[in-house]
Design a protein around this ligand. Structure first.
Ligand SMILES: [Zn+2]
Ligand SMILES: [Zn+2]
Length: 147
């Protein structure tokens, strides 16, 4: 079954970690929280969420760093290539779907992110587009307070 159909593919910069994904994204979100800033080195992280069972790793699985003492009280597992450091995504133990980092997806240019969370922690130079949902905090779409 080498020719199993998939909709998305991706991996890390050096090629050690590779994956294929079947199905559609469950959610597409930018997160501006402090944790995403300090774990990425950037002002925010962009995630595309997929059902865990639709993601298949080929070759090496990403390395996991579990942080149990996050400021928002939710344990987070950062996942990255142990060789080149590319962020592959995160696992949030309380959420079934896996967050895939948009930069790890080959099809990233076709993905529109339409939701923004943790705007209260966004850096000063961040501007949100008029047509995007912006939430003060997290986590699930539609459950928080909008700005
Ligand atoms: Zn790598
Ligand atoms: Zn975040």
């Amino acid at each position: 079954m080498n020719n199993m159909k998939h909709n998305y593919s991706g991996g890390c910069h050096c090629g050690d970690v590779k994956f294929t994904i079947r199905g559609k994204p469950v959610w597409k979100v930018n997160c501006y929280c402090n944790w995403c800033q300090t774990t990425s080195g950037g002002p925010f992280r962009s995630f595309v969420l997929f059902n865990e069972e639709n993601i298949k790793f080929i070759g090496q699985e990403p390395k996991s760093y579990e942080d149990k003492n996050t400021t928002h009280g939710r344990p987070m597992i950062n996942q990255f290539c142990s060789n080149c450091g590319t962020l592959i995504g995160i696992k949030v133990p309380s959420i079934r779907e896996r967050h895939i980092a948009i930069g790890a997806l080959d099809q990233r240019k076709q993905i529109e992110i339409d939701c923004n969370i943790w705007a209260t922690e966004a850096l000063n130079f961040i501007a949100f587009p008029d047509n995007a949902d912006v939430y003060k905090t997290g986590y699930w779409n539609g459950t928080g307070e909008k700005i």
